[in-house]
Design a binder for this molecule. Structure first.
Ligand code: FAD
Ligand code: SF4
Ligand code: SF4
Length: 400
């Protein structure tokens, strides 16, 4: 319930703050009409705290109006002007969201904030979306926390999805908590697994420093919100389906953008420098023993057309730079081929690479956990095997 208290001084600052034109001035008092979605954007605009929203006791709230699974569609931000590509993580979330929606028997929708539509209903429909909620505005060209969170909170208040998934990217990690706090919902960050349990979203993620996997349910808030890291979920093959387009014109109050972007420089965006874009990764761990011995992996990776990755232990020992660390506190990767050399397979490493298509593990300990996710395992001294592998690849490529 929303209420304007008698202490309203009639300053009218709440009128332009409302994205739904739900506030008007009657005499010297603000009046809120039925277009109000309880998004909360007007509350901080009032200088005398005269607008009060009372939320129902979550434990006894009726959630029957909340239906459907939503995915926030994120775009690549290369820092360059012009149309932006939809990020692969969006397609991963749609593919996973499709499974959740099918299990619940509800629709899957993507939420797109863009300058203008570029056939998004076709592209996102191909990866499973039944609907695309699209809001067009030139203000969406540069990501802005205040604008994006207010608009999406308004859409959530209006359409009431039961599940809302965000990528655990810089943008998703900034945006999802802001929306959660605006709509009084919970949020589970950095999930590595999602499923349905008794009609609720089961959100699995590493907890207590990654030593255990925690399963989290949110029975007392809607939507059930989660962020998921890129490369954790698999992208389903595209279909020729087109989603239904629902256009939402939401008014963005003047002055809402508090930050003006003058120039943008996005560092390390080129895919050639990014381990999460590599198709082949040769990764080394503490078992590589020294920086010099670790460097042999570069030769194998170059011969295979791939990149070198590292476990955290290898990074801590200075064998490789932090940007190449694979795992929970590094980058999540999902290449076609992952060769783990002298890596034990701690859970914090496995969560960052276990969705790779083919995993080859080389370890002298036959009980090493890395073998539990490997398709091919070699129990041997890695230093002997790498030399032989390099010779074999050179021979196959007829390199002397
Ligand atoms: P070790 O566990 O020491 O394993 C070395 C392996 O090499 C052993 O299995 C051994 O049998 C093998 N070996 C030794 N010599 C040879 C040889 N000659 N030939 C063949 N095999 C040999 N780790 C990550 O990797 N990424 C992360 O993002 C990450 N995040 C973390 C976050 C938190 C909060 C915490 C608490 C830990 C994190 N860790 C992470 C650390 C993780 O728990 C492990 O300590 C780390 O992955 C171990 O790296 P390793 O496998 O290289 O080393
Ligand atoms: Fe306030 Fe949002 Fe309702 Fe507008 S829609 S009156 S901003 S709570
Ligand atoms: Fe009244 Fe507050 Fe709106 Fe000003 S901002 S008109 S004080 S409710």
């Amino acid at each position: 319930m929303i209420e304007v208290l008698d202490k309203c001084i009639g300053c009218s600052k709440c009128v332009p703050a409302c994205p739904f034109n739900a506030v008007s001035m009657v005499g010297k008092k603000a009046v809120i009409n039925e277009a109000c979605t309880l998004c909360g954007a007007c509350v901080p605009a009032c200088p005398v705290k005269a607008i009060v929203i009372t939320r129902e006791d979550p434990v006894h709230r009726d959630f029957s109006a909340f239906k459907g699974v939503w995915v926030f569609a994120e775009f690549e931000d290369t820092g360059r002007k012009g149309p932006k590509k939809i990020r692969k993580v969006t397609l991963e979330l749609l593919s996973e969201g499709r499974k959740l929606a099918d299990e619940l028997g509800v629709e899957l929708a993507a939420v797109v904030l863009a300058e203008k539509n570029r056939n998004y209903e076709k592209e996102l429909g191909a990866y499973g979306a039944d609907k695309v909620y699209l809001s067009e505005n030139c203000e969406f060209s540069d990501y802005d926390t205040d604008i994006y969170s207010a608009v999406i909170a308004a859409l959530v208040s209006k359409y009431k999805p039961e599940i809302f998934l965000f990528p655990a990217t810089f943008t998703g990690r900034d945006l999802a908590p802001r929306i959660a706090s605006l709509i009084y919902a919970g949020l589970t960050a950095d999930c590595t697994g999602l499923s349905i349990k008794n009609g609720l979203l089961k959100q699995s993620r590493p907890a207590f420093g990654g030593n255990i996997m925690a399963d989290i349910l949110s029975p007392n808030s809607r939507p059930q919100m989660a962020t998921v890291r890129p490369n954790v979920m698999k992208v389903s093959p595209p279909s020729d389906k087109t989603a239904r387009l629902v256009k939402e014109n939401i008014n963005i109050p003047e002055g809402m953008r508090r930050v003006k972007v003058l120039e943008k420089k996005v560092a390390g965006y080129e895919s050639a420098d990014r381990i999460d874009c590599a198709d082949i990764i040769v990764s080394g761990g503490r078992g590589m023993k020294s920086r010099e011995k670790f460097n042999v992996l570069e030769e194998l990776a170059t011969l295979l057309g791939g990149m070198v990755g590292a476990s955290r232990a290898a990074v801590d020992m200075g064998f490789k730079e932090k940007s190449r660390q694979v795992g929970q506190s590094g980058t999540t990767v999902s290449p076609k081929l992952y060769i783990a050399c002298g890596i034990s397979g701690a859970v914090q490493h496995l969560v960052g690479m276990k969705t790779s298509d083919i995993i080859i593990a080389i370890n002298k300990d036959p009980n090493a956990s890395i073998f539990s996710v490997a398709k091919y395992g070699v129990v041997a001294d890695v230093h002997e095997i790498i030399g032989k592998l390099i010779d074999a690849v050179k021979k196959a490529k007829k390199i002397k």
